[in-house]
Design a protein around this ligand. Structure first.
Ligand code: SAM
Length: 333
């Protein structure tokens, strides 16, 4: 019946429906205007899905305000980009939002997006900052830290810290020192095991895999994960690959440098900062677990991940790109 069709639509994406070829030059003209640009995006279905995943994660782990309804809930969004999660946090009852990103233009767009929309119940503060090299506490006004944060969020950005152990430690210190006890640290990153499995299945000499939607290219020689028992964990950082995601990451197929996050290594390091893993889920598993949920299920339709007929607009190529990622949550001891 209909339910079965819905399930099929999500589990296996429908036969490839070619993305409508939008007016490329137009979207370039409006590139500075994210809302317009987004409507033109050929991977709108994938973006909707990613937004749904973030909404679920935010609702599951992003509301940990202690003292009841009236307590002020504060969130720190590291790598906030153009502020795509502002509405999600506001809807989740957050009272104060701090958005930081190394890219000044993005931070400005995030602030514009906030100011454009009136009747926010959430206060917001934005600043450009390299959160993998600088201390957030030293760089922001003292008042920002008058009370602690209940949640630190890093969506699709934490892996950029893994170029060095020092950068990861700076990032973790920024997360842990600003989080209250019992607070949560949530995020989304590419799954390194998944990427390495893909690489292992490539024919010898082949250093690239993907499809028109996304492309991963390894350097030569490719990085190898550190043995878990290895004492020198510095071997676990700087494992670079190049990543391209259509209309999102990188200008062309050459993409931008990204770094593998070797999970067991990261969990050990996070523990040094009092952060304990509570949740880790591949996007595909998250979808299968939450699609029937009384709140997150209907949200799939509202966020246009599936249409009224229960069909997904994501084609196989977009689905393949989406399944690279995992969502995580840690709790501060
Ligand atoms: N979190 C947003 C979202 O989910 O839509 C943006 C994700 S975007 C793929 C990755 C973001 O990480 C970019 O905006 C980039 O500027 C930011 N970023 C990369 N390195 C950073 C750093 N050292 N400090 C702060 N932000 C950084």
């Amino acid at each position: 019946g209909k339910r079965q069709r819905e399930e099929d639509a999500l589990r296996t994406p429908p036969p490839k429906r070619r993305a409508p070829s939008g007016p490329d030059d137009l979207s370039a003209v409006v590139a500075g205007h994210c809302r317009t640009a987004r409507r033109e995006s050929p991977i709108i279905a994938l973006k909707n899905f990613n937004n749904w995943v973030k909404s679920v994660l935010i609702q599951k782990y992003g509301r940990v305000g202690r003292g009841g309804r009236d307590a002020l809930v504060r969130v720190l969004d590291i790598g906030c980009g153009k502020g795509g999660d502002l509405l999600k946090w506001s809807k989740n009852g957050v009272g104060e939002y701090i958005g930081l990103d190394v890219a000044e233009i993005s931070v400005r767009q995030a602030e514009e997006r906030y100011l454009d929309m009136r009747q926010w119940r959430m206060r917001a503060y934005f600043q450009a900052l390299d959160c993998y090299r600088e201390s957030i506490r030293d760089a922001l006004p003292k008042e920002v830290f008058a009370s602690p944060f209940q949640t630190v969020s890093m969506q699709f950005c934490m892996h950029y810290a893994f170029y060095s152990e020092h950068a990861v430690r700076t990032m973790l210190d920024n997360v842990a020192t600003n989080l209250e006890q019992g607070g949560t640290f949530i995020g989304t990153i590419p799954n390194a095991e998944h990427i390495l499995r893909h690489r292992a299945s490539l024919p010898p000499g082949e250093l690239t895999f993907g499809n028109p939607v996304f492309r991963i290219t390894f350097p030569h020689p490719p990085p190898a994960p550190p043995a878990p028992e290895e004492q020198d964990q510095s071997a676990a950082f700087g494992h670079k690959y190049n990543f391209f995601l259509q209309d999102a990451v990188g200008e062309d197929e050459a993409g931008v440098p990204e770094y593998l996050v070797h999970w067991p290594n990261f969990v050990r390091l996070a523990a040094e900062y009092g952060l304990v893993q509570e949740y880790r889920k591949d996007f595909a598993d998250l979808l299968n677990e939450e699609r029937e949920h009384e709140v997150y299920g209907p949200l799939l339709r509202r966020m246009k991940v599936i249409d009224a007929a229960g069909e997904s607009d994501m084609d196989e190529e977009q689905w393949e790109a989406a399944s690279i990622y995992l969502a995580f949550a840690f709790r501060k001891r």
